[in-house]
Design a protein around this ligand. Structure first.
Ligand SMILES: N[C@@H](CCC(=O)N[C@@H](CSS)C(=O)NCC(=O)O)C(=O)O
Length: 289
């Protein structure tokens, strides 16, 4: 670590040590967790993309990628040792970008997984299967969509020595899942939980009561420092934490009754591509499996 980085870290380390000396070990532990994460964050371009790269202990390669028309995040995770990779929520229009990155990093795409049957964009999984031989598609068995791997609650998607654990989080659709890293440091929440928001519940199999229950039991039960990576953001945010959303989410901090009212009065326009996207996504994108 160079001296400029060390100089910048010193006050933060001192603050954490002061917390520990003052006997606030929980806050100190959270502080250390944040510092550790900070060492692995990189700022790229105009958006604050976080990229946790491989390090001495053998971390995970991680990229957050953005598709600006549907404001969709695609996530690439890979094991630095085996080079096995997983892509979460790829978008048809950005498949070439994703393939190039996977090639450049020398990775082998094992699974392209959708957190649910999307209504606003066409998934890239079908095209990825054609472009990257051996890739398997995956989606929840409750989604009604076709894929090579039909996921159930409690399943794991492994890539090298890492894994993503599947938690059913229905409510936006019946087949919504949240994918949680084995160490519970990151959760990919799809459209169940967005940053300071949540997925709408007014089409497909949407149910606001179900969504409220999913978020509270399956996501808010994760550790406070667990990073939340949603499928979309419409306001330029990239990442949140369980702690932040439990404290500041304007919908999910409310009672169930209030939440149901909020969701019934969102009055959002229908996604522009819904009539094309849903039928295509039921067969893994434009291309059949
Ligand atoms: N304008 C977009 C669709 C925006 C939208 O409805 N987003 C969904 C997730 S994608 S189905 C949603 O749940 N939004 C929640 C919210 O509070 O905004 C388009 O035309 O594609």
């Amino acid at each position: 670590m160079n001296s400029a980085v060390l100089k910048g870290l010193k006050p933060a380390v001192a603050y954490v040590l002061r917390l520990r000396a003052a006997g606030d070990s929980r806050k100190a532990l959270d502080g250390f967790t944040q510092l550790y994460r900070g060492w692995n964050l990189q700022k790229v371009g105009e958006r604050g993309y976080s990229a946790r790269m491989e390090h001495a202990g053998g971390g995970v390669i991680f990229r957050q990628l953005f598709e600006p028309v549907s404001c969709t995040y695609t996530y690439l995770l890979a094991d630095p040792g085996s080079k096995e990779a997983v892509l979460i929520d790829p978008v048809l229009e950005t498949v070439d970008r994703d393939v190039k990155l996977i090639d450049e990093l020398g990775l082998k795409l094992k699974v392209a997984v959708n957190t649910h049957c999307h209504a606003d964009h066409i998934t890239g999984t079908g095209l990825l299967k054609k472009k990257l031989y051996g890739t398997k598609s995956a989606i929840s068995r409750h989604s009604g969509a076709k894929a090579d791997i039909m996921l159930s609650d409690g399943d794991s998607i492994t890539f090298g020595k890492h894994c993503l654990n599947v938690r059913n989080t229905p409510g936006h659709t019946d087949g919504c899942v949240t994918l949680v890293t084995g160490d519970q440091s990151m959760a990919f929440t799809g459209d169940a939980l967005l940053i300071r928001g949540c997925g709408r519940t007014d089409f497909q199999q949407g149910c606001s009561k179900t969504l409220y229950n999913s978020v509270h039991t399956q996501i808010f039960s994760l550790p406070g420092h667990c990073l939340i990576y949603p499928a979309h953001d419409y306001k330029g945010q990239t990442v949140s934490t369980v702690y932040e959303e439990k404290k500041f989410n304007p919908r999910l901090t409310k009672s169930l009754e209030e939440f149901v009212k909020i969701m019934a009065n969102l009055n959002l326009p229908k996604p522009a591509k819904i009539d094309v996207a849903v039928p295509a996504n039921l067969v893994c994108g434009l291309h059949d499996v």
